[in-house]
Design a protein around this ligand. Sequence first.
Ligand SMILES: *[C@@H]1O[C@H](CO)[C@@H](O)[C@H](O)[C@H]1NC(C)=O
Ligand SMILES: *[C@@H]1O[C@H](CO)[C@@H](O)[C@H](O)[C@H]1NC(C)=O
Ligand SMILES: *[C@@H]1O[C@H](CO)[C@@H](O)[C@H](O)[C@H]1NC(C)=O
Length: 385
Amino acid sequence: MLTLFQSSIFALAGAAAVAGHSHEGPKSAEEKASLNKLKEASYLCAPQIAAYNAQRERAWAQKVLGGASYAEKRRFVEGGWEDIAQQMKSIDGAHETDSGDKRILACEAVAGSKIRNHTCVLAPEVTEGPYFHDGEHPIRSNLGELKDGLPMNMQIGLIDVNTCEPIENVLLDIWHCDALGYYAGHPRPHAHLTDEEPAKEGHRKGLLSAYPRDHDGETWLRGAQISDRNGIVEFQSIFPGYYQGRATHWHIRVHPDFEVLPNNTYIGKTLAHTGQLFVQDDINSAVDMMYPYVNNHLRTMPGRGRTRNWQDSLNIFEDSQIGGYQSMWDMHYMGSVISQGLQGFITVVINSTADYSQIKWSVEQGKDRFASKLAEPTAAVHEEL
Ligand SMILES: *[C@@H]1O[C@H](CO)[C@@H](O)[C@H](O)[C@H]1NC(C)=O
Ligand SMILES: *[C@@H]1O[C@H](CO)[C@@H](O)[C@H](O)[C@H]1NC(C)=O
Ligand SMILES: *[C@@H]1O[C@H](CO)[C@@H](O)[C@H](O)[C@H]1NC(C)=O
């Protein structure tokens, strides 16, 4: 097993959740105060989060390498991070240095104020985009359906900022595009937009219109899971491709309160986080050369091509990195080469008692905005991606 990126990652989620304005950061004094409070509280959780991440990675390594099962053990053990370096040493003799040990921990357990400048805490990112379907994301772990692409398993841990403990029974929804950049339900640009050029200026700079939804029944690459007693949700899917103007990304929402519907979808009630996740660009460029990603029509189009993280429209990626925060998967190979698949870990810190649902981006609102964009291209402000 190779550890590709040893920076441990966790997301600070929930504050400043003003749909469509996330890229400009919190605005009102109240939003700023709430964001700061959440940040402060998250810093104090750093040692616990480091332990949590290390335990999860160890459990995963044991599973993949045929070791003892961790299923019946509580993975969150205080101080547990200390022994993972030892564990990993025996697994992968190639990286036995002290600094290697530290990197395996992904995030050093730094207490108190020191963590303030540490790069392993994530900024909240709240752009939900037009591709979420209320009440129509199935509760399931395997999202792939018949989609082809590089296998990717995802493990997301949820930590409650109020307790620094993993949080059970919270619903996390994830959705992303396929290898060629399409979302389920939104297969192509509108007929008269097939030759559309990306916006050259203004708020939508670099982007095309959102693909309209015209395949209602499709659900691939969309799904939700309810966190277990270790605060963990797991998904099996493919690595997403990209579309005009956007770096490869995953959307997530976290609902502490939700209702499961008879058709195995759910309705979210309280909303604790809306965000986007990214991956290091060298992984993106490696995947871009693999089938079927190589068939993305943007790939060889003059002046287009794959959008790098640093070029992401509306500064979504950049803003997710502000202040030493970051929003990247901690990515591992599942086998010995990348084409055998990837395993991503991330930890999201939420405030389980906060509710941002009243300001969430609504599907109806998006349709209206989309319609007005079609009718009057210059008039509508498009914040969704
Ligand atoms: C969590 O949310 C509750 C309710 O909005 C709020 O009172 C509390 O201050 C928040 N905690 C943090 C750490 O942000
Ligand atoms: C964090 O970084 C800033 C700017 O680099 C520095 O002024 C400050 O003292 C640092 N704070 C801590 C707690 O290390
Ligand atoms: C599930 O049921 C809800 C509520 O009746 C409905 O809105 C939704 O479209 C259904 N989803 C699917 C995938 O059938």
